[in-house]
Design a protein around this ligand. Structure first.
Ligand SMILES: Cc1cc2nc3c(=O)[nH]c(=O)nc-3n(C[C@H](O)[C@H](O)[C@H](O)COP(=O)(O)OP(=O)(O)OC[C@H]3O[C@@H](n4cnc5c(N)ncnc54)[C@H](O)[C@@H]3O)c2cc1C
Length: 400
């Protein structure tokens, strides 16, 4: 069978790409190896900035709307902050992803779930082989997450760095759910390079921790400590799951000829917050625009997509990475600012809502950004040297 576009992976990035291309009249095949509805390790938080990327209504899958946060520092007693407008929607990935795939199918995309892509030949006309057939297309989009088959087959390797996260669900009802219904929990400073969270859903609380990749082995005890700090029994956490969050190395190739990567497959995750759904939607939009130009004969490759990502998204990710280094150098002052400084809290809300971008923020702080950039680069070098020293120590220990 021949298609205009084949999209491998029906997460938020793949289904968004498929929907936008099908809506423009392209003949689209959307493939996912899992049978839907399928779950995925994820907090399911869809920030306002992510939701505003879509021109479809997410109401059918929103379980809670978040207006504030209960912040804490290193698992100590927290404090509440509330905003007058919504900050984030809480969803469950099994429901969200099924809904997004359904929307793609309604727009005209052919959706085959439970059909894994086994081999790809990324030639002039890309060829995809699955358990059920062989398909060709004008355009091939890898939306198959970290370690995807499309990246492996094309030699595109966007991510060398990654973060890690672990989460579980605490069944909740009555007063417990009521207590959390309109705000998230955010513990800062306990997990290196990340944070601990509590996300309220329809019938449970999602509790998780994430941070630098080297924090991986500590995540299980950290998750238990976080649960206890909120008065939850860690043994009651169900469906514990961990996963990698790939982070694109700036400048690395995410498009080659008629093949391109989107979402996690391209390493497009906000380094400061670990949020990936926003970039999944945004990269889906950008690749669909570029693919339409190719299908209508305006261009003969998808390099315009990579340029658009570098201009529109990567500058955001770079600014976020800069702020992440600075924040994790010493979290306490920022937590204190969050508690006492109205302007700082409102900046945070504007960023989460997408009213302000990280790039805007760097512009607003004026010449202070030179100090921010300098300190951030120094913090990064210090962190990398520490990790390298730790690795050397481990290697010499195992050699002895
Ligand atoms: C613990 C954790 C918590 C997180 N919490 C949040 C959060 O609250 N908010 C947020 O914005 N981000 C969060 N993220 C990040 C977010 O989950 C990802 O960034 C997001 O899922 C990326 O979407 P995607 O469509 O690129 O990939 P995915 O959602 O990973 O989808 C990839 C799809 O490809 C399919 N696939 C893979 N290989 C093949 C193959 N060979 N053939 C066919 N199909 C294939 C998979 O089955 C899958 O359905 C979290 C991540 C983790 C690990």
């Amino acid at each position: 069978m021949t298609y205009d576009a084949i999209i491998v992976g029906a997460g938020p990035a793949g289904s968004t790409t498929a929907r936008l291309l099908a809506r423009e009249g392209a003949k689209v095949l959307l493939l996912d190896k899992q049978k839907f509805p399928r779950d995925k390790p994820c907090g399911g938080g869809v920030t306002l900035r992510a939701a505003s990327e879509l021109d479809i209504d997410l109401t059918p899958v929103i379980e809670q709307t978040v207006f504030g946060a209960r912040f804490s520092l290193r698992l100590r007693k927290g404090f509440d902050r509330q905003f007058e407008k919504p900050l984030s929607y809480m969803t469950q990935r099994a429901r969200l992803d099924s809904y997004l795939a359904e929307c793609a199918a309604k727009a005209g995309a052919e959706f085959h779930d439970g059909e894994a892509v086994r081999a790809i030949n990324p030639q002039q006309v890309p060829v995809v082989r699955t358990d059920h057939g062989t398909y060709t297309s004008q355009v091939l989009i890898g939306a198959d997450g970290a370690n995807g088959v499309v990246a492996a087959a094309t030699g595109l390797r966007p991510g060398a760095e990654h973060a890690v996260a672990l989460e579980g669900n605490l069944p909740a009802s009555g007063d417990l759910l009521e207590d959390w219904h309109d705000h998230i929990g955010m513990d800062l400073g306990d997990v290196a390079g990340g944070y601990g969270w509590v996300f309220p859903k329809g019938d449970h609380l999602n509790v998780g921790v994430g941070g630098w990749s080297y924090a991986g082995s500590m995540l299980r005890p950290k998750l238990a400590r976080l649960a206890r700090s909120h008065g939850f029994d860690p043994d009651k956490l169900e469906h514990l799951r961990g996963h990698r969050l790939p982070l694109r190395v700036p400048g690395t190739a995410i498009a080659d000829g008629r093949v391109a990567l989107v979402g996690d497959a391209a390493g497009l995750i906000d380094p400061l917050t670990g949020e990936g759904i926003h970039m999944a939607f945004a990269s889906g939009r950008l690749v669909a625009e570029s693919a339409i130009s190719l299908l209508t004969g305006e261009v003969d490759n998808l390099s315009g997509y990579q340029r658009a990502v570098d201009y529109e998204l990567q500058r955001e990710l770079d600014a976020s990475a800069t702020l992440r280094e600075l924040f994790h150098l010493a979290p306490p002052p920022y937590v204190a600012l969050m508690r006492r400084n109205e302007k700082f809290w409102r900046f945070f809300c504007y960023l989460i809502r997408g009213d302000l971008t990280y790039v805007d923020f760097m512009r607003i702080i004026g010449p202070l950004r030179f100090a921010v950039n300098y300190l951030s680069a120094a913090a990064r070098r210090h962190r990398e040297a520490k990790v390298a020293a730790g690795k050397r120590l481990l290697a010499s220990g195992s050699a002895a």
